[in-house]
Design a protein around this ligand. Sequence first.
Ligand code: CAA
Length: 240
Amino acid sequence: MARTALVTGGSRGIGAAISKALKAEGHNVAATYAGNDEAAAAFTAETGIKTYKWNVADYDESTAGIAKVEAEIGPIDIVVANAGITRDAPFHKMTPEQWHQVVDTNLTGVFNTVHPIWPGMRERKFGRVIVISSINGQKGQFAQVNYAATKAGDLGIVKSLAQEGARAGITANAICPGYIATEMVMAVPEKVRDSIVAQIPAGRLGEPEEIAHCVTFLASDDSQFINGSTISANGGQFFV
Ligand code: CAA
């Protein structure tokens, strides 16, 4: 069944692959982005997927943006909270600013994205909330106290939402990607990245499309009984 889907951070990296995969499933997709107008315009030109600019860390901007998407495309049935940033630093060097930037975007950003959509999902008795967490929320990561905290927090969000939404036909699940070939991972110093790849039994980085497949599965009508779960997609690097 064709539904309306919102993907935050949906014009680049893993988010772009998710937006395209949901469109290929027949859904009407809106993708948000924070700042890169050029990349968003190129994405729309390539895919025909409409993009919307707002900062997920800001509740009022999120609420207004979501209202605009719902007016233009339709009530949102599938929300993929994907937008995320890194501000890596060893803990002794991490600044309060680096902490707050990551928490505001990666964790509060999930609240700001799902909260305005949730009442409509409850009324319509259908919803799919999919949060893109990370392997580093499961295992922790050197230089990512901030990021790992938010990605672990994502798992608490979906486990709680799963219990609140189940009777209203809403499911909430998380995906924990491992190291995927995106700009975020390519920004890691090459030597460090090589040592990370050496720890992945698959012997390679993942592809964004491999995460997108997990999303289309969780977004489908058939996945109703999968609720509060975490799908790890990491090439065998870490088992919970
Ligand atoms: N484990 C143990 N020690 C490590 C380490 C690790 N994983 N990484 C670095 N170190 C050590 C270095 O060897 C170095 O030690 P020495 O001083 O003894 O040589 C020290 O830590 C680094 O100290 P620096 O003062 O040089 O550190 P820096 O301030 O320059 O910061 C860094 C460098 C930010 C830590 C950089 O190495 C880095 O970016 N590391 C990668 C962190 C990472 O994996 N991030 C994941 C990004 S991808 C992502 O987040 C997506 C996802 O969801 C998977």
